[in-house]
Design a protein around this ligand. Structure first.
Ligand code: HEC
Length: 89
């Protein structure tokens, strides 16, 4: 899956800003999870929770919280970027 070149600064950030950051920002991030900047997001890439949560798979609390899974397009944007090594691009 190296064909699509999703960028953190463009597509990934747009999905997170649209669907996640309202709950995951200073000063009161839900669950203590910040998703406002690359370094914070990368923490949840590395521990596996970002992929599990957006795919609503067992092993993490399903996200967006108490809401239906995002569209396939948005979920895949995140998963493909992760599979490509989650670059800070
Ligand atoms: C309506 C508020 C809300 C929205 C929107 C939301 N979250 Fe969360 N998020 C939470 C809460 C609350 C928790 C803590 C849940 C718990 O520990 O039971 C959490 C926890 C998490 C965790 C940690 C999960 C774990 O199992 O440790 C991750 C990762 C996460 N959210 C990512 C996201 C992503 C990615 C999105 C957007 C697709 C998102 N969240 C949207 C409220 C939200």
């Amino acid at each position: 899956m190296r064909y699509y070149r999703y960028k953190y600064s463009v597509q990934v950030k747009q999905v997170l800003n649209d669907r996640c950051v309202k709950c995951h920002k200073y000063p009161n991030p839900k669950g203590g999870v910040l998703l406002q900047d690359y370094a914070s997001v990368k923490t949840y890439v590395d521990n596996g929770k970002l992929a599990l949560s957006v795919n609503q798979d067992p092993g993490a609390v399903a996200m967006p919280y108490m809401a239906p899974k995002m569209t396939d397009c948005k979920v895949r944007t995140i998963l493909i970027w992760i599979n490509n090594g989650a670059p800070n691009n």
